[in-house]
Ligand binder design. Structure first.
Ligand code: AMP
Ligand code: GLY
Length: 425
């Protein structure tokens, strides 16, 4: 079968790498892809926002299955359009992708179906939002309702900071995404990412992971898309997994079906494990990046039938086999990220760095220029290792990373610190 993957990040490189290993895959395309994917797929310059262009390409190349990586095309209805053209797709409809597209929608769903999450209010004007903040006190969390590329969440330590965030959001900081906002209680605990595949009715748990969102060591500094991750997340023990499924995932999947918005695809629950147990911070309607890279390294099963079963409503017939090993990845980003950074700087020694069997270097913001690899984005490389423990995977990942010659890039040196502490205690 001919398959098209939509996206250009490390997440899509790892999905494409895994899809390329399937016996079911014939021609494999990725749009637009990046500098690391050219050996495993044909990269094509298509605009995911131009649905006509994507459909024409699928018809011309006989694409039978499209896997959509990022959230924006899902919220924008690309999945619906492909389905209407009889092209099978992995990724939810726009009406279900609202779980990521509107934080207020998700909070209301949680309230209606009794799903544990932080107490909240939804606001369309600053005065009411500020009155809520004054009533609840700080710390408190202010969130733009819509998609804001991971930047729309402000954790306010003081009431004045929350008020300033409210003014900034209603002042247009995030454009239309900030026409409405959510203010919610601050949750303390340990964060974890939990993934399930679902066909709208059945669910298949699809792994746990822990990301490192802050740019600086010791979880300090600005929020980023994620500076490194490992899977599984030890905090998600059997009891927490069972509770998450029963208290959060099942009511969501049932609730979405009842609302006439059946969710088909991967549901990524961002959780806070509090003293009371798992609470939902947010839903994403796609795989996490860089969490996906860790999952793909541990997944032993062929991924194509699993993704297709979400579209075909046959997930009850599927199981997934996982390696017992741990996977850990470290993101290399361009100096200056998440602020401004230089583009087109050269990265050397990638082949040597990735030569070991248990290492994969997934690319994100890179392009090829002849034989040279150039950095074109903020997050640029994911150095990913599998090993029997987090401590070992961490050592191997950094050993590989240290072979890379890229003076214009940096990484955090402490990815996996919580799990390493657990392993060594
Ligand atoms: P989100 O984009 O909703 O995942 O938020 C980004 C990050 O902000 C999360 O990964 C958490 O670290 C933090 N965060 C969001 N909501 C809360 C909350 N209610 N309490 C504590 N931290 C939060
Ligand atoms: N790594 C977090 C995310 O993909 O949203």
């Amino acid at each position: 079968m001919n398959i098209l993957v939509i996206g250009s990040g490390g997440r899509e490189h790892s999905l494409t790498w895994k899809i390329a290993q399937s016996d079911l895959t014939h021609d494999l395309y990725v749009a637009p892809g990046n500098g690391g994917m050219e050996d495993i797929a044909t990269c094509v310059e298509l605009d995911a926002g131009n649905h006509d262009e994507i459909v024409s390409f699928c018809q011309e190349k006989n694409i039978e299955f499209v896997v959509i990586g990022p959230e924006a095309p899902l919220v924008d209805g690309l999945s619906d359009r492909l389905v209407s053209e009889n092209i099978k797709v992995f990724g939810p409809s726009a009406s279900a992708a609202i779980l990521e597209g509107s934080k207020g929608f998700t909070k209301d769903l949680c309230a209606k179906y009794n799903i544990p999450t932080a107490a909240y209010g939804r606001f369309k004007n600053a005065a009411n939002a500020k009155a809520f903040v004054a009533d609840k006190g700080a710390p408190i969390v202010v969130k733009a309702d819509g998609l804001a590329a991971g930047k729309g969440v402000i954790i306010a330590e003081k009431v004045e900071d929350a008020n300033a965030a409210i003014d900034d959001i209603f002042g247009g900081q995030f454009g239309d995404a900030g026409a409405e906002l959510v203010v919610e209680e601050f949750l303390s605990g340990e964060e974890a990412s939990f993934f399930v595949l679902t066909d709208g009715k059945n669910i298949l748990p699809f792994g746990t992971a822990q990301d490192h969102k802050r740019v600086g060591e010791g979880d300090t500094g600005l929020n980023t898309g994620g500076m490194g991750a490992y899977s599984p997340a030890p905090v998600m023990n059997d009891e927490m997994i069972e509770r998450t499924i029963n208290e959060i995932i099942v009511p969501t999947v049932k609730g979405m079906a009842e609302e006439g918005r059946p969710f088909k695809g991967v549901l990524f629950a961002g959780l806070m494990i509090t003293e009371k147990g798992p609470e939902l911070i947010e839903y994403n309607v796609r795989f996490g990046d860089p969490e996906c890279q860790c999952l793909m390294m541990r997944l032993k099963s062929d991924i194509v039938p699993l993704l297709m079963a979400c579209a075909d409503s046959t997930l009850d017939q599927m199981t997934a086999e996982w390696s017992e090993d741990v996977s850990l990845n470290v993101v290399m980003a361009a100096n200056g990220y998440p602020g401004s950074y230089k583009k087109n700087t050269e990265i050397k020694n990638l082949a040597q760095a990735g030569a070991t069997d248990n290492i994969m270097i997934f690319h994100a913001g890179t392009k090829k220029d002849g034989d040279r690899t150039l950095a074109t984005g903020g997050r640029v490389l994911n150095i990913t290792a599998v090993a029997p423990s987090v401590t070992l995977a961490k050592n191997d990942a950094y050993q590989a990373l240290d072979k890379i010659d890229w003076p214009d890039g940096f990484c955090r040196r402490d990815i996996g610190w919580r799990a390493v502490e657990r392993e060594n205690n």
